[in-house]
Write a protein that binds this ligand. Structure first.
Ligand SMILES: [Zn+2]
Length: 165
């Protein structure tokens, strides 16, 4: 599932664009999100008590505060509802434009809309209704301290890209 051809991500991943930039398996329960991504699955959490689906995934239900959550899969394809190109104020390691989209995952999805970075997408080409799909890519591993030892935390992250017509 690893995507190539994303030059601005090769060695220049910016943690400011990640929901949980320093997450590592040893520290919390959100890490499953990244393990699922590695298998090509786009997932979030659903509360076993009240059924509330939250995105981004949580460790505690925002509705009833239960910590009995389960992982559910979301669609890996959707349609662009709104696309935004940022030409100014982008993180220091990126070439503008950065393209973000508010993506409609469809009526049957447990989460109707999500916001995502768009990649493999030339400027001024993305429009409402365009079909887009999940892309998973490796990001540079970062060092974490664990029991006074430093180890490298392997990471993946995601974006969406246009489906080729
Ligand atoms: Zn709940």
């Amino acid at each position: 599932m690893a995507a190539t051809g994303i030059p601005f991500l090769e060695g220049r991943y910016s943690p400011t664009l990640d929901m949980w930039p320093i997450e590592a398996k040893e520290f919390n329960r959100i890490y499953k999100f990244y393990e699922n991504l590695r298998e090509g699955k786009f997932t979030t959490t659903k509360c076993k008590k009240c059924g509330r689906v939250a995105y981004p995934p949580r460790v505690i239900c925002p509705e009833c505060y239960s910590d009995e959550l389960e992982w559910i899969e979301l669609p890996r394809k959707g349609k662009v509802a709104v696309a935004v190109e940022k030409w100014g104020g982008v993180p220091i390691c990126y070439e503008p434009p950065l393209i973000d989209a508010w993506i409609d995952l469809g009526e049957d999805s447990p989460v109707r809309h999500i916001l995502s970075r768009m990649v493999n997408c030339p400027p001024e080409t993305l429009k409402e209704g365009d079909e887009v799909q999940l892309v998973v890519f490796d990001v540079p591993a970062h060092p974490i301290e664990l029991k006074k030892e430093t180890k490298m935390a392997e990471r993946v992250f995601f974006a969406f890209e246009p489906v080729k017509k």
